[in-house]
Every structure is written in C-alpha cells, then in structure tokens.
Design a protein around this ligand. Sequence first.
Ligand SMILES: [Zn+2]
Length: 364
Amino acid sequence: MRCSAAERSWAAGRAKPHAIFGSPPAAARGLTVPNRGGIDLGGTKIQAAIVDERHRVLGQARRPTPTSGGPPDVKDAMAAALAEAAAAAGVETASLAGIGVGSPGEVDARTGAVAQARNLPGWEDPYPLAAELSAATGAPVALGNDVQVATDAEFTLGAGKPYRSLLGVFWGTGVGGGIVLDGKPWLGRGAAGEIGHMVVKRKGARCPCGRRGCMEAYAGRAAMEAKARREVAKGAKTKLFEIMEKRGRTRLTSGIWARAIAHEDDLALKLIDRAIAALGAGVASACNLLDPEAVVIGGGLGVRFGQPYVERIEAAMGPHLFASEHPPAVHLASLGDLGGAIGAALLVRKSARARSGDGAQAAG
Ligand SMILES: [Zn+2]
C-alpha cells in the first residue's frame, strides 16, 4: 500500500519491540485483563474496534479519514471513532488496557511518531501520534505498520492460523503484502512485503510509485481508476463514474467496482480481468521465492469481491507457479474489514510484553 522509496524507512518501527505511550490504567497494572482498542488508520476510512481478552469485538465504529487539515485533525477523528466504538461496547476509553494503531507511512514505534503518511492530509513531518492519541483518549497507545498488523491478525486469529508460513496480500487502493516465515514476521530491513511492486511487465504501465510494470500499476484501485479515466477520455463507455456520482463519491471505491461488475460493465470487467492477471503473476512469483504454506487475500477489493475472486486469483497464479504440484493454499482473509483494527489491538499485548521484558520505552 506504500509506494515511494521515501516511505520505506520504517525499519526502526517494524524491527524493534513496540513501545507503548502513556500510563497504563490501574486495571492494566492488576491481574485482570481488560479490554483493548484497535484502530486501522486508512487513507479513506478510520476503523476502530474494542476487543476483549479473547479478541472478540465488543463494539466498533467507522469514520471517513479527514481529507483536509493535518495530523491533529486525523488524530481527533481517530479519538472520535474510538470513543464511538467504546460507547457501543459500553466502556470508557480511559479504562482500556491500551490502544493499538495500524498506520500507513513511516511508523517509528520507538518514538511513537508517524511521518510521510502520503494518503493522509498534510502528513509529511513526524507527528507524535502515540502521545497525542494517548492524551486524547486517556489510554496508552502502541503503533505498528498497517499491513503488518493486518497480516499478524490473519496469522494469529484468522485464515492463516493453521500455518507456520504465510503471505498476506492486501488488495485495495494499492497492493500491500505481509510475510510470516517460521511463525515470525519477516520484516527484512524494515521494508519487506512490498508485493505491489513486484514487476509483472518490463516497461509496463506506470505505477503510482513512479516505476513501471509493478503489479500495483495493474491491480491497485488507484491505478485502476486512473486507467478507467484515461479510457473514458479516449471515448470508452462505462457506468463506473455514473455510479460514483449517484453515490456522492469522488473516488471509485470497492463498492462502486462491485456494482459496475454486477451490471456487467465492459470497462470494469476488462480492468478487473487485467488486475487479476497481474495479481496471479505477482503473487505466484512471490510464492516461487518464499514457498509459503498459504496466501491470505484481504484488502478493500479482496474483502468486497470475496471467495469467487480469491478463486480467480488462485487460478491466475497456476500457470506461473514453479512447484505447481505443491501450490500454496489460497484463502480469503477471514477477519474481513475488521482485520486491521483487530490486528492493531494485538499490538497492545505485544507492547505490554515488550515493556515488562525490557522495562523501558514508556513515556507520557
Ligand atoms: Zn510500484
């Protein structure tokens, strides 16, 4: 879901134990294991959830991500979404053991800052998100990378649970990837998992990252929309933008693509076929390198299109798989839209462990 080289340096954030910011409430210091909050911070929406000690969702809320202003406005919207989820769960945010956040951009879990979150308004410089959100909610906050926490959620609680190795593919605005090998996340030097930028065609279509021929240049929702606009400018007929206007949207959301496909819109069908062919080649290539037991497909488009499209991607992978007699299992992400928020809530447990382990990194 990230593209540019400038957005790749969350090495510190992903490689070190997660720090937690703010003082744990009294309940968290005692023997009871209270509820946790999780927030999935996306470019279009903020999804918040409250989970209990068995990861069951007690309450949830969703808000649009602010499109103007700056990091403090986004932080306010996150606090509001969490408060709404807490109200639905019948708890106070200040009573939570902690709040985990899955964030785009450069996440420095050590300092609790996020920088270069390009899909978020005015968010280039580091902003102390963990400390500010902790002040707004009264609970400690832990940060992680959005794709990594979603992969961890599927591995720990979802479709990846039976396996020791896993490739998470998040098909949405971009195409993000998360890797688990031998039961542990593989982070590389911090930028591993950029499956969207596997090259599926040399000198191919221009990717939002600026390079050419990346899988995301064909399969990412942003690139698909740009292609649809170019085709319309050349005279192609489609219902995509008509549906978008009717729904009062300014972007082609996953729901709009799904509706156009249900209407057998020629351009939408053509662009989805192109996306699936690219996903087949790119995901199979990653499997040829890593040989994971399973692939889990999530993300906005993945979850919206569901099982039939997971099967189409699996079929498109077939011809490109080297060890074709032992293909990986391919599953739909079982936590759906809430995977990111549930995965973020898992950070609280990890942070608490990291803190009790090294006794450091608490601030606020
Ligand atoms: Zn790219």
